[in-house]
Design a protein around this ligand. Sequence first.
Ligand SMILES: [Zn+2]
Length: 345
Amino acid sequence: MERAHQLFLGFALGLTAAWLALPAAPAIAKAPMVASQAPGFYRMSLGGIEITALLDGTHTFPVAAVMQAPPEAPGPVRRLLTQARPGEVEARLAAEALEMPLEGSINAFLINTGDRLVLIDSGAGDLYGVCCGKLRANMEAAGYRPEDVDDVLLTHLHADHVGGLMRDGKPVFPTATIHVSRTDEDYWLNPDNETAAPAFLHPMFEGARQVLKPYLDAGRVKPFDYGPEVLPGITPMATPGHTPGHSSYAVRAGDETFIVWGDIVHVAPIQFPDPAITVTYDNNGDLAEAQRGKLFAHTARHMIWVGAAHISFPGIGHIALRDGKFGWLPTNYTTEFAAQAPGGR
Ligand SMILES: [Zn+2]
């Protein structure tokens, strides 16, 4: 036995030496790369109702081509941030371990009040190409059917907010009433405004017309004027600037408030430190800047929950004000609904 053991040991050592001398064999994968993300929904409770953030998709946000610096001297001229302040875009992104090209989220928010299902914004649908249009699938993954949506509230009529009303030429929400501020509806559906607007905005007019048509034909578009609640517990807030009738929505439940603010922020690492930075898509940069400052201050002071269309999914969090600078505090991930932090009023 002893001899056999020695022979075996010698054989094993010989094999090991031979193996060490061999060139490295290609690694055999333990499991294939998956290269896709989890379904894009995130749920939270708020004073007895449920809010589900729904991702429509992410796309490369053209930071260098659209972010604008405020004028250096009094006057209306805003220049591209990359030209007015070279290096600043890269530095602000690097401060948050980011770089260009930067992926941006397109988020929408589904409010389940118990007796009503209300969607705020609808994503881009077919209008942004293959990146997006995933809202319906994510809504179904979250346990809801588009047929059950009673109302769609739109923050504004840009393609990435209104496009999801249609897929493959058919209305996605067959029984829903669409609510939008009268100002935005009037602006985007008036061909004279398209003629007067810069060419890069023309597809936005075409997109809004196209996706709203079946709902308009069915008499299911209900423009609102600002004032009291548009639906029980939901108050529209006039936040013009990005578009003429851009609206945010304050959702109240119990003692809590959650503001869905639409396009108040496009690139968080750039616009939180400097709310004066605007985008070329803003209809009125000065007004957009003013709304951003106002909403930052209001939501920070009262610790109100915010749902943001373009802050990294799920785009839910609070606003901090520290040493005179605003910042984004993303929600803490939890599966315990009762443990979520309260939102102020
Ligand atoms: Zn947008």
